[in-house]
Write a protein that binds this ligand. Structure first.
Ligand code: ATP
Ligand code: MG
Length: 575
């Protein structure tokens, strides 16, 4: 392929809206093109990378016996009403109406559709197990689309759904997908970790996220060097600190003027944060039970929103910080001075660590006042008691007690054991050997294909541009012709291009009428693994050979350059 004929327009400047390397470089290299916020198109180079990632995914899915199908992005509301998610998915669900005002959505994921396939087309145990997958465009009207392909509103996902007779079958299907994912991300050149995760809006019992390690990742990962514990901080269990045994002292109200924060309170009373109870106040949308929630944790801890949402059994979008004045009127809460005593008409959620904590200082639900010697059981009770803490670096590992470490990652895939979460409400059943009807046991497995492309760039770039791993590179070799008006140079460059192509490599020839400096900059930006430059020494059949990942180039005889490029690429093209 000749670059002069390709539809490519690289950018020198950093696009204003791009903050992170993958977003900047994918735009600058003209791999992607923004249409509106969170919606991108794929240009020739980008589209080739995408097809390569998809090919790796297909190979590994097919190797596990999964079958590819392709469903529509348009989904009827009725199926979502049946599963209960028309309501529960919230504003991220991109809803549309047809000309007759019938409701539809653009699928953010396809559990309902695949469960519908199963209930209509699977009836016997003889048809199980099965795994169906697709590579298809998804829509999520994200609150904050950002980071280019990492959090977009339209993106490509590989989603797979497994159907089994029982939980043992699901365990095997889940392991197969876990293995396939590990192979896929390894072949894509990613350094990643599979970590235990919360199952979020998809639901189910057991889940792992595959995270590409990266400082810009939105998943925070807690892991242990001494055992195999690795989990998102949303999910990681936090060990309750054993409070020293103390006799319960009498309650004592104290004047604590202007001590709205835990820091101010501790400075004023000369106590440790550990001896205080912190209140966090929330409002829940469309809740039949409680409009307001007061959550209590030890003053030195951070509240884990996902654990709170799970404890309340509400969708993530439905909770917000409360308007303190409005909540105060209804419940007796007093901003900055709220404690678990004196509240009414709200749900009190208490972190499990507080149960054994003795003689704590809490807000008095009275301006400028706190109460000393507050004890769980004697002085207050929770409507819900749950472990609500965010794990921190150095906290004891929930499995072995060693100090926990932290890192960050980009979630590129997630696997879920759904069990019968969808098959029961939607009536996806099969007849077992004794003709008894049983719900199909399901799993689901997603890979963000476009997000994976961005994650690869995050891990493989330098200050000059992208450094594609060979397995997903848009082309293997770029032959840079220094002077396209020189017939000797042109002839050798064309010969190299043709011979490398004949050897089965994917090659572009930069034959543009540009200065050599511009061509080198573009080659670095686009990130083709091997560059062969044909310049002044073409008469002697000497070319310059350079790997994108290396700083230095070496002069080689043309034959040698061809042989080396073929060898280098062949060894790496499968990833
Ligand atoms: P996140 O927590 O990042 O919002 P999620 O857990 O909601 O993602 P899943 O429902 O697990 O996402 O979807 C499967 C995969 O699809 C994710 O692992 C991720 O790689 C990808 N994905 C999800 N949302 C987006 C998005 N807005 N843009 C690009 N890729 C996405
Ligand atoms: Mg996920």
């Amino acid at each position: 392929m000749k670059l002069s004929k390709m539809h490519v327009k690289t950018l020198r400047e950093v696009p204003a809206e791009a903050e992170i390397s993958s977003h900047i470089l994918l735009l600058r290299a003209h791999m992607i093109r923004k249409l509106v916020s969170g919606v991108y198109g794929f240009m020739p180079f980008g589209s080739r990378v995408l097809r390569k990632i998809e090919a790796i995914i297909r190979e590994e899915m097919d190797a596990k016996g999964a079958q590819e199908i392709l469903m529509s992005a348009v989904q009827p509301a009725e199926l979502w009403q049946e599963s209960g998610r028309w309501q529960a998915y919230g504003p991220e669900l991109w809803r549309i109406k047809d000309r007759n005002q019938r409701d539809f959505c653009l699928g953010p994921t396809h559990e309902e559709i695949f469960t519908d396939i199963a209930r209509n087309e699977i009836n016997s145990h003889r048809q199980l197990p099965q795994n169906l997958y697709q590579i298809q465009t998804k829509y999520r009207d994200e609150k904050r689309p950002r980071f280019g392909l990492i959090r977009s509103r339209e993106f490509i996902m590989k989603d797979a759904y497994s159907f089994d007779k029982d939980w043992e079958g699901l365990d095997q299907s889940y392991r197969d997908m876990y293995d396939a994912y590990a192979r896929i991300f390894t072949r894509c050149g990613l350094e990643f970790r599979a970590v235990e995760a919360d199952s979020g809006a998809i639901g189910g019992s057991n889940s792992h996220e595959f995270c590409a390690l990266s400082e810009v990742g939105e998943s925070q990962i807690a892991y242990c060097d001494h055992c195999d514990m690795a989990a998102t901080t949303e999910r990681a269990a936090c060990v309750d600190e054993q409070a020293p045994a103390e006799a319960e002292l009498a309650l004592e109200e104290v004047l604590t003027p202007d001590t709205k924060s835990i820091e101010d309170l501790c400075a004023f009373l000369h106590i440790e944060q550990k001896k205080t109870i912190k209140a966090l106040l929330f409002e829940i949308a469309d809740s039949e039970k409680y409009k307001y929630v007061a959550a209590f944790i030890r003053g030195d801890r951070e509240l884990n929103m996902i654990k709170l949402i799970n404890a309340l059994d509400i969708p993530e979008y439905a909770i917000e910080f409360a308007d303190e004045a409005a909540m105060g009127e209804k419940t007796g809460a007093v901003g900055g001075f709220t404690g678990p005593m004196g509240l009414h008409d709200c749900c009190i959620v208490v972190d499990s660590e507080l149960l054994a904590a003795k003689n704590m200082v809490a807000g008095a639900c009275k301006t400028d006042h706190h109460v000393k010697n507050v004890n769980y059981g004697r002085d207050y009770k929770g409507d819900i008691v749950a472990e609500l803490k965010v794990i921190k670096e150095g906290d004891p590992c929930p499995q072995c007690g060693a100090p926990v470490k932290m890192t960050r990652g980009i979630e590129v895939g997630q696997v879920f054991k759904l069990g019968t979460k969808y098959s029961e409400p939607m009536g996806a059943v099969y007849k077992d050997e004794s003709m008894e009807e049983k719900p199909i046991v399901m799993g689901c497995y997603g890979i963000g294909v476009t997000r994976t492309m961005a994650a690869i760039v995050e891990q493989h770039h330098d200050e000059n541009g992208i450094i594609w791993p060979v397995s997903v590179a848009p082309y293997h070799v770029i032959v840079t012709l220094v002077n396209s008006t020189d017939p000797v140079q042109s002839a050798l460059a064309e010969e190299l291009h043709d011979r490398l192509e004949a050897a089965g490599l994917e090659v572009i020839l930069d034959d543009r009428d540009e200065r050599a400096g511009v061509k080198f900059k573009d080659a670095d930006l686009i990130g083709i693994p091997v560059r062969i430059t044909v310049g002044k020494k073409a008469g002697d059949r000497i070319v310059e050979y350079k790997l994108r990942a290396d700083k230095a180039s070496v002069d080689k005889e043309a034959e040698q350059a061809i042989a080396d490029a073929v060898e280098f690429i062949s060894a790496r093209r499968r990833g």
